[in-house]
Design a protein around this ligand. Structure first.
Ligand SMILES: O=CC(=O)O
Length: 352
């Protein structure tokens, strides 16, 4: 039985949640307004439709700022983002208005860690160049040569027995990448702690023992740049991390090193990285995220770099993980609008 329109709670959905949508659309106490086009949600559409909403479903492409919160008005209780990242959400504004944030950590950790290792292998083993080579019909005329298309080996070998993995951002996903790389015989792990974070010697000792590492050490940024054979950028975005990987950083890296970015594009200065690749400061790069995304076309300097593998921000895109993320996003927004505890809420007061 349809409820009185005045009692319906409104949810605006900027990203279609696929098989999780019925959790919202099949309820008769909700009015669900959806952006259905196959492109990022239009800002003007969102501002117009969000008026009077109790909940909003967003992703990292949608800015949740004062303008949006004011447009929604005092009914807004929850913002549910289908992402682990939250740098698109103005936490101060959320705190001022006591709005809950639902997000999707943990369930995407394994999928993103898998893709980070994939990018490290693709970049070091020159997959961008070699797949183009085959597509351009060059294999039939290729005279196989011992040193053609060689790249640095990710795994250790008896004749190359040490390998250092570096992490800029050492949270859940970094730990999952480290666990995978233990099987490659990685011997040393270094990472830069979050500024102001307390040292964690017990945790580090545990990780070192679990993955049979010769050493696991917090280091400063210059040491991270200098010592990493493969460097994973898994830091959150935002002003604090913007362009931490810049030209001076890249210049200190080894000529055989590989940079992987699965964190946020804004952490790496694209122009500096393109120059580092073109001039051989580093060996290669594997990027799931790019500062200028989604405006990344064939004309982008990194896409044109043969030693750069670029994929379009799909680190968590497995069938299993995206279905879980969509389900959790729907549950988070639903609980928030009903005034119930949000199943996976960002505890953001300490982050402001
Ligand atoms: O980038 C993707 C996410 O934050 O989940």
């Amino acid at each position: 039985m349809a409820m009185n329109a005045a009692r319906l709670r409104k949810i605006v959905v900027c990203k279609d949640l696929g098989s999780a949508m019925p959790l919202l659309t099949e309820r008769d106490d909700l009015e669900v307004i959806r952006w259905t086009e196959d492109r990022p949600c239009d800002r003007a559409w969102l501002l117009e439709n969000v008026v009077g909403a109790s909940g909003i479903v967003v992703c990292f492409q949608d800015q949740v700022d004062r303008e949006l919160v004011n447009a929604a008005g005092p009914s807004l209780r929850v913002v549910s983002t289908i992402s682990v990242g939250y740098d698109h959400i103005d936490l101060k504004v959320m705190a001022e208005h006591k709005i809950q944030i639902g997000y999707t950590p943990d369930i995407l950790t394994d999928a993103v860690a898998d893709s980070a290792v994939m990018l490290a292998l693709m970049a070091s083993r020159r997959t961008g160049e070699t797949t183009s080579f085959v597509k351009n019909n060059q294999w039939p005329v290729f005279n196989w040569m011992p040193f053609a298309f060689c790249g640095p080996q990710l795994s250790t070998t008896p004749f190359s027995p040490t390998r250092t993995v570096g992490f800029l951002g050492f949270g859940r996903i970094a730990h999952a990448v480290l666990a995978r790389l233990a099987a490659f015989g990685i011997t040393h792990c270094i990472y830069t702690p979050r500024p102001g974070a307390a040292p964690q010697p017990a945790r580090d000792a545990q990780l070192q023992a679990r993955h049979r590492l010769a050493a696991l050490t917090p280091v400063d940024l210059p040491t991270l740049a200098r010592a990493s054979d493969v460097l994973f950028v898994l830091a959150p975005g935002g002003a604090r991390t913007r362009h931490l990987v810049d030209a001076p950083f890249l210049r200190q890296m080894k000529a055989t090193s590989v940079l992987v970015n699965n964190g946020r594009g804004s952490v790496v200065d694209s122009a500096a990285l393109a120059r580092a690749l073109a001039e051989g400061w580093i060996w290669g790069a594997g990027l799931d995220v790019v500062d200028e995304e989604p405006e990344v076309t064939a004309a982008h300097p990194l896409v044109g770099e043969p030693r750069c593998v670029v994929i379009p921000h799909i680190g968590s895109a497995t069938l299993e993980t995206r279905a879980e993320m969509a389900g959790l996003t729907a549950q988070n927004v639903l609980a928030g609008v009903l005034g119930e505890p949000v199943p996976v809420a960002l505890e953001y007061s300490a982050l402001i």
